[in-house]
Design a protein around this ligand. Structure first.
Ligand code: FMN
Length: 162
């Protein structure tokens, strides 16, 4: 589950999206589907950019704030402090999330009630810390499949989440 955040003309908004699909891992392209009547959809259609914050297990507060009411009715960022702004100017969520990615939209497919957005990941960061069980080295961020410990050369399997 993700918190999708957008900004347009100084206004921030966000909604919950359940599924994001990687459609080209070489070009770092992803796609997701949003209902066209949602404010987030209208904003992305115009700004052509958004961030996806990857939620971890504890996300009831995020669902309540971003997934149960439309930004057409409320300002979801009012009184909300658990965010920072990425280089693309769009907020990302810093509490109960494992990381985020910034996406530039390059294709929109109108499907009727919903639209599919296809975009390229331009930036990403992980807040997750892994520890090497062999030597204790701590790694901050994603672990690629071919990751090797820079201290003892152990493979990805030797790392556990802190
Ligand atoms: C767990 C969960 C998953 C959701 N997944 C999606 C989704 O994939 N696509 C979508 O359009 N809406 C999804 N929603 C609904 C929107 O997040 C919700 O309607 C939101 O309030 C829209 O806000 P907005 O009008 O400010 O954009 C989901 C909601 C929840 C609670």
């Amino acid at each position: 589950m993700y918190v999708l955040t957008t900004s347009l003309n100084g206004r921030d908004n966000g909604c919950i999206v359940r599924d994001v699909m990687v459609i080209d891992s070489d070009q770092k392209k992803i796609c997701l589907c949003i209902k066209k009547s949602y404010l987030s959809c209208c904003m992305i259609n115009r700004s052509k950019k958004f961030n996806l914050s990857i939620t971890n297990g504890e996300n009831e507060d995020l669902v309540q704030r971003f997934g149960m009411v439309s930004g057409k009715a409320v300002d979801k960022f009012e009184g909300f402090r658990a965010f920072k702004r990425a280089d693309n100017g769009v907020p990302y969520i810093t509490k109960n999330t494992d990381g985020y990615m910034s996406v530039d939209v390059d294709q929109v497919i109108d499907l009727g009630t919903h639209a599919i957005f296809i975009g390229k990941v331009t930036d990403e960061d992980s807040f997750v810390v892994y520890k090497c069980k062999v030597c204790g080295h701590q790694h901050y961020g994603w672990l690629d499949d071919d990751f090797k410990c820079p201290v003892c050369s152990s493979g990805r399997d030797a790392f556990e989440r802190v």
